[in-house]
Write a protein of this length. Structure first.
Lengths: 139, 188
């Protein structure tokens, strides 16, 4: 009986700690910047920023996203997918050296950052097909 | 075990159950296939895309903005150099079937908050069509639109978030676009 209550109390606490809205989340990041970047970014062998961003937009449309914003100069695209759930993504493209573009994606699912490498791999696999280029892992 | 302690175990058990459900809802992770193209992706792309010949990308975007305005959309964002227009409109979501159901339930003393408003969002994207050798075809563009909507009920709760996939909606848009392109090219 008491044990059940303890378990219930622990679950409640875990929920509060895990998901409670708080100002602490503003600067929160569960993983190090190096870890995040290892799966959120890839390099492509092209210097064409416009074409890279156009491919990003077309990939997002293939994945049922609706674009929210796009900015060529800054090299960013934000989009939202609604399919009974909500996923928001921001993808940036910037030059890396003289003949590569570095593409970085970050996603949030409902009210949580997506910190599982798999969905990002899926995204880059779809983007590779749209760009006809291989996505290189960046150190 | 006494009857009262049995009852308490029941409450404790139920509490754990509900807490677990709440934890799942609050912290659920992204669906596995959220960023994977589905088998019907190609079909959807064909439904949402058209190739339009004899018009520059800029003129096509202007004609498209005209159609969106005809349909009562407001332009939220645009980036001509990437061929992007983002537009939305807020409209009533009242529908007769839901109201009938709500009235029927009210007769039995039950309350059912019917849908009240909806926001419809559109992104319209153009890109130059390519010839077989990979070079852009002159004055030939591919346009794709994707539409989604959010619906709120009388209590201001979000009741639906989904993508619009009805072929008739897209067909209607492209019919209107052809007319708008004609007007744009005639500069009327």
């Amino acid at each position: 009986m008491n044990r059940l209550r303890t378990v219930a109390a622990l679950l409640c606490t875990a929920m509060l700690v895990g998901c409670a809205p708080s100002t602490e989340v503003i600067m929160e990041s569960e993983q190090s910047a190096v870890q995040l970047r290892s799966y959120q970014q890839r390099a492509f062998d092209t210097a064409d920023k416009t074409q890279t961003l156009r491919s990003v937009i077309s990939t997002l449309q293939d994945l049922s996203f609706v674009v929210d914003k796009a900015d060529l100069e800054l090299g960013t695209v934000s989009a939202t997918k609604l399919s009974g759930y909500q996923v928001r993504m921001t993808v940036t493209a910037r030059p890396r050296g003289t003949n590569q573009m570095l593409v970085r994606a970050n996603a949030q699912y409902m009210d949580k950052a997506v910190e599982d490498p798999k969905p990002y791999q899926d995204f880059f696999t779809a983007l590779e097909k749209s760009m006809f280029l291989t996505a290189h892992q960046v150190d | 075990m006494t009857t009262s302690s049995l009852r308490r175990v029941g409450i404790g058990g139920r509490l754990i159950g509900w807490t677990a459900v709440a934890a799942l809802v609050g912290c659920a992770s992204i669906p596995k296939d959220a960023l994977v193209p589905t088998p019907d992706s190609l079909e959807r792309r064909q439904l949402q895309s058209r190739r339009l010949d004899g018009i520059s990308e800029t003129n096509l975007l202007a004609a498209s903005a005209g159609v969106l305005q005809d349909l009562g959309f407001n332009i939220d964002e645009s980036e001509t150099s990437l061929g992007v227009i983002v537009a939305s409109k807020d409209r009533s979501a009242w529908n007769a079937a839901q109201i009938t159901a709500a009235v029927a339930l009210a007769l039995f003393g039950a309350y059912y908050p019917v849908d009240k408003t909806q926001k419809i969002r559109v992104s319209l994207v153009t890109r130059p069509a390519l010839a077989a050798d990979g070079t852009p075809r002159p004055d030939s563009q591919i346009l794709r639109i994707t539409i989604q909507r959010l619906v709120w009920n009388l209590e201001n709760q979000l009741t639906r978030i989904d993508s619009i996939e009805e072929p008739a909606v897209y067909q209607e848009f492209f019919d209107r676009l052809s007319k708008s392109i004609f007007l744009e090219l005639q500069a009327i």
